[in-house]
Design a protein around this ligand. Structure first.
Ligand SMILES: Nc1nc2c(c(=O)[nH]1)N[C@H]1C(S)=C(S)[C@@H](COP(=O)(O)O)O[C@H]1N2
Ligand SMILES: [Mo]
Length: 308
């Protein structure tokens, strides 16, 4: 069903008028049989609330942020996801929030969008590859979703899992991408409950484009980018430290914590400086916790060289 009119809220109904009208005009001439595999379009997220966590640094352009991606399910080159995720079908979408919780349940993406006011949060995003970008993400604290299911006292970690489907993601194979799938990540529960940890449903005031992790991803701004898992389908409250994709791949190079830290180099390159895109030179000093000092208390008493 393409444009359904009914009492139930649909993701497509938050599409801006202009896009809707243009699509209608375009679709009017297309036989319905070709419309089965409809693709979610970026839609306006109206009335975004401002966030006190936003940086005032200059934002990168939408064009850069949507054409310089890491999303190995859609290819390993930075330019691959923009091309290969173009037809990624993300409707319908549900996220199962399960495990050690009093009220585990599934949430449709429509429910997630309505759970709390969506905020505009401008974060600096720091990849482990020593480049960084500034993006106006849209979402709300992950804690809002986790509280819905009432984590039990024995839940100490949160495990996340990305969508994985070879029909939609033919490149998402270990022999092609060099990592195992599905992509998985984890946080300690207190990290996941920190208000800075963002459940992200959009960017630049619109829903997420496929290459940036539609329809819902994490953004954990004090950690290296690979912790910010994309296109999430499962969130599980667990008692032990869960597996994380890059740590599984090479535990010597990628730790579970992966806090941005200028004093702990990657074995193959320095983390002391970063390249602030679109700049060409790695000449900006890396900030501890990527500048998000308010998380420091989460790690008091921990040796961050050992727990890197
Ligand atoms: N499922 C999944 N999530 C992922 C990745 C991935 O390959 N697959 N790459 C990670 C890495 S290394 C980074 S730097 C960020 C990139 O997010 P962006 O493309 O929106 O900037 O996504 C992270 N999340
Ligand atoms: Mo990354």
């Amino acid at each position: 069903m393409l444009i359904k009119k009914g009492p139930d809220f649909r993701y497509s109904e938050i599409t801006p008028k202009s896009v809707h009208l243009n699509r209608r005009k375009f679709l009017a001439g297309v036989p319905a049989v070709f419309l089965g595999a409809r693709v979610a379009r970026a839609a306006k997220l109206p009335n975004l609330a401002k966030s006190p966590f936003s940086t005032t640094e200059k934002q990168n352009t939408y064009d850069l942020v949507t054409h310089y991606n890491n999303f190995y399910e859609f290819g390993t080159a930075k330019s691959d996801p923009a091309k290969n995720a173009r037809n990624f079908k993300t409707e319908p979408w549900t996220v199962s929030v399960e495990g050690l919780a009093a009220k585990p349940r599934k949430f449709s993406i429509e429910e997630i969008l309505k759970l709390a006011p969506i905020e505009d949060r401008v974060y600096r995003h720091r990849c482990v590859e020593a480049w960084s970008i500034v993006v106006p993400w849209a979402g709300y604290s992950l804690s809002t979703l986790l509280k819905q299911v009432e984590p039990l006292p024995k839940a100490h970690f949160v495990a996340f899992q990305s969508y994985w489907n070879l029909r939609q993601m033919p490149l998402a194979r270990p022999n092609i991408a060099g990592i195992e799938f599905p992509y998985v990540e984890g946080l300690r529960l207190d990290e996941a409950m920190h208000p800075l940890a963002l459940l992200c449903v959009g960017m630049y005031g619109e829903t997420l484009p496929p290459q940036d992790g539609a329809p819902v991803r994490l953004v954990v701004p004090w950690k290296y980018g690979f912790k910010s898992i994309k296109s999430i389908v499962k969130i599980r409250l667990v008692d032990k430290q869960p597996p994380a994709t890059w740590n599984l791949e090479n535990a010597h190079e990628y730790g579970f914590y992966s806090n941005v830290n200028p004093h702990v180099d990657h074995p193959r390159w320095s983390q002391a400086h970063e390249r602030r895109l679109p700049g060409l030179f790695s000449n900006h000093p890396t900030l501890m916790f990527n500048g998000y000092d308010q998380v420091a208390s989460l790690y008091s008493g921990m040796d961050l060289r050992k727990y890197f």
